[in-house]
Design a protein around this ligand. Sequence first.
Ligand SMILES: CC(C)(COP(=O)(O)OP(=O)(O)OC[C@H]1O[C@@H](n2cnc3c(N)ncnc32)[C@H](O)[C@@H]1OP(=O)(O)O)[C@@H](O)C(=O)NCCC(=O)NCCS
Length: 103
Amino acid sequence: MQGIAVECAHWRRGIGSRLLRFFEEQVRKLEKSIISLGSGEGFAEQFYLKNGYKPLEIKAKSADSIVLAKERVRDYSDGIVKRERLRRELKPNEVIFIMQKEL
Ligand SMILES: CC(C)(COP(=O)(O)OP(=O)(O)OC[C@H]1O[C@@H](n2cnc3c(N)ncnc32)[C@H](O)[C@@H]1OP(=O)(O)O)[C@@H](O)C(=O)NCCC(=O)NCCS
């Protein structure tokens, strides 16, 4: 999945989760069973965790989106520790979580 967004005036009312469930139903109808995505930093991570997505790896990216490093993670807290280390060592523009859900 490339991305999902809700107008900020309507955040925290369950609309994003409903959109995501609708998307998941369409994917199931196509007889696909895995959704992968790169979560933006910040609360988007909480949004995907709450909706059942599991962190698989983290990717450190430069300002021009070049992948500087990627590491497998056991779970979200392992990813947080590894993310802090990559931030210190590489000074990337961002470190994103790659998450996955099996339908
Ligand atoms: C991420 C986004 C789509 C969520 O939409 P939403 O309609 O607010 O989502 P929901 O109401 O279904 O939220 C579900 C859960 O996500 C988490 N969450 C959502 N917004 C949050 C926030 N601002 N702060 C902390 N947690 C948040 C919470 O766990 C929330 O559950 P809760 O309200 O019961 O605590 C919306 O915030 C958005 O459009 N953000 C900007 C674009 C973006 O970051 N997209 C993701 C890019 S990868």
